[in-house]
Design a binder for this molecule. Structure first.
Ligand SMILES: [Zn+2]
Length: 274
């Protein structure tokens, strides 16, 4: 998403904006690129830049590319200390090009098994099916991505007690409640600031302070007043500011809570902190 030459600028702007730690999402454009974020995390160490951790995972849109070799590579990446989570994994019935639900479910379960072996939290990508394109609705019929995610997580993940994140949460209050029950944290991206997102805001208000997180979803979903531009870590503070106001707290309080939540969810991070 950023050229290698842009990375130093992105990282120093983040540090200047007050972002001290980044979890870089390692999905790339498919399994062949899922190691990139981890390599950046492993090779970045400077007091002038944020501390970077990474995830690795195969996004549901790439589920058709999940084979034994890809899963073996993911197992290797997931075991490395700087890799603190497996994801984005999950289900997405939003686009007609997305793989059949059975293929997506198999890829999702296989990756939860890898995460279970290393006992690292999972990052769930799930776009609600109500908003799917008309062609996708025809293809996927009555299948509901969120219902299917919750069912699979309930069976294959929640009993472990390792937890995870509902990333870029865009569901309802009820879906947030059920995710919390399964041990998940709810992470809000820049779309919470968009005027039409009243449902997301309702959910964002009700998530307990010890379960909320903020993120960019960069390069997408830049918060207002940067909507439509390429998103980057520095802009996350606008989402945090907005969320703090929405919840009737100061930005400093929210930052303290989200930092505390992040550290609680990722205990393996403290061990490799430097
Ligand atoms: Zn996602």
């Amino acid at each position: 998403m950023y050229g290698a030459d842009e990375l130093p600028g992105v990282l120093s702007r983040a540090k200047a904006a007050g972002v001290s730690t980044i979890l870089a999402i390692g999905i790339g454009e498919g399994p062949a690129e899922m190691h990139h974020a981890l390599e950046i995390a492993e090779s970045t160490s400077s007091p002038d830049l944020p501390i970077i951790f990474a995830s690795a995972g195969i996004h549901p849109q790439e589920a058709a590319r999940v084979d034994e070799e890809a899963l073996a590579r993911l197992s290797e990446l997931a075991a490395r200390p700087r890799c603190i989570a497996v994801g984005e994994i999950g289900l997405d019935y939003y686009h007609v090009e997305n793989p059949e639900p059975e293929i997506q479910k198999r890829a999702f379960v296989a990756q939860m098994e890898i995460a279970a072996r290393v006992r690292k939290p999972i990052l769930i990508h799930c776009r609600t099916s109500e908003l799917a394109t008309p062609a996708a609705k025809q293809k996927f019929g009555t299948a509901d991505a969120f219902e299917d995610v919750l069912a699979l997580v309930g069976e294959h993940w929640a009993p472990l007690g390792v937890g995870g994140i509902m990333h870029c949460f865009s569901g309802t209050m009820e879906q947030a409640r059920r995710s919390l029950e399964l041990g998940f944290y709810i992470s809000m991206a820049g779309n919470v600031t968009y005027p039409a997102a009243s449902g997301i805001r309702e959910a964002a208000k009700t998530v307990p302070a010890d379960r909320i997180l903020v993120e960019t979803d960069a390069p997408f979903l830049a918060p207002i007043p940067y909507r439509g531009q390429r998103n980057e870590s520095a802009l996350m503070v606008h989402t945090a500011q907005f969320l703090a106001e929405l919840r009737g707290m100061t930005a400093e309080e929210l930052a303290a809570r989200t930092t505390e939540n992040f550290r609680r969810l990722f205990p393996s991070m403290t061990a490799t902190d430097n």
